[in-house]
Design a protein around this ligand. Structure first.
Ligand SMILES: C[S@@+](CC[C@H](N)C(=O)[O-])C[C@H]1O[C@@H](n2cnc3c(N)ncnc32)[C@H](O)[C@@H]1O
Length: 271
């Protein structure tokens, strides 16, 4: 009897070793060690809320930094977006590829075995992450140098003094959304009527303060804000809106129901 059981066990073991590798699927465990942070998956309902807040469409390229079992990348691909996950653990990378295949999105969802601090995520239009506060802070300078308008969504952790543009609450969990602001720090001038207007801006992340010299008076600007490349501030009784494009700003100034164009060039950038 014992001998028969032993033979059966040996046969089953032999059979298993002949099966393709993916038949003996790698099972990750929540809380398992990772290079810089453990693996804990983001719940599906929060993923949907994060992608909704970031307004992910089929035109987007979503990149998840530390992609775990691939669930955020797969959810983005299901929305029609192209999506890539960077993950240090090669077993998780292979598991993610299988998960994407099962979900029928392997044409849109790709996974790369990489360290997030060496990966190139400059092509992303949306970046997602569930890391740690100090890792977010380490990534922050790189993120702030990306193209204005890129949306960044972080599950649970903030970006230090870079305040979120939106907070997402879902079933007791929190995620934060930022829009990478354009660089507007410095002095801008344009031909006004009469004379030259001078706008001196001090930028702290997406917030701008400063002064506007216009029509012979100097005003402190109010409500200064950047959202990606979009700029808005109030100067006296005028509302200025526009788009920052490198060394120029093109926009509209509204006063008492009438509109006039303004087109500024940078005269000096702040150090
Ligand atoms: C908290 S989990 C989040 C997984 C996934 N983004 C999600 O929200 O479901 C963090 C993941 O980052 C991975 N990771 C840790 N350090 C990393 C690094 N330096 N480069 C790439 N991945 C890393 C871990 O293996 C883990 O899968």
């Amino acid at each position: 009897m014992i001998k028969g059981l032993r033979t059966a066990f040996v046969l089953v073991a032999m059979l298993c070793s002949c099966l393709p590798a993916n038949a003996q699927e790698y099972q990750p465990s929540v809380g398992q060690a990772g290079k810089d942070v453990i693996w804990v998956p983001t719940p599906d309902t929060l993923i949907e809320a994060m992608l909704y807040a970031a307004k992910v469409t089929p035109n987007d390229y979503v990149m998840d930094l530390g992609s775990g079992d691939g669930r955020i990348v797969i959810a983005a691909a299901k929305r029609g977006a192209r999506a890539t996950g960077f993950e240090y653990n090669p077993d998780m990378v292979e598991l993610s590829k299988r998960n994407a295949e099962k979900a029928g999105v392997s044409d849109k969802a790709t996974f790369v075995k990489a360290d997030i601090f060496e990966a190139d995520f400059s092509q992303a239009t949306v970046i997602t992450m569930y890391l740690l506060p100090q890792l977010n802070l380490k990534l922050r300078p790189t993120i702030l140098n990306l193209k204005p308008g890129i949306r960044v969504v972080s599950h649970a952790f903030t970006m230090g003094e870079w305040n979120a543009d939106e907070t997402i609450e879902q079933e007791g969990r929190t995620a934060y959304l930022w829009v990478v602001p354009a660089k507007a720090d410095g002095t801008w001038t344009w031909q006004a009527n009469p004379g030259v207007a001078e706008l001196k801006l001090t930028q702290v992340f997406q917030d701008i303060t400063g002064t506007l010299k216009l029509n012979g008076s100097e005003l402190t600007i109010r409500e200064g804000k950047l959202e990606g490349d979009k700029i808005r501030f109030i100067g006296g009784d005028r509302e200025f809106t526009g788009r920052v494009n490198g060394k120029t700003i093109e926009g509209i100034a509204r006063i008492n129901g009438s509109e006039e164009k303004w087109s500024a060039a940078v005269a000096q950038t702040n150090p």
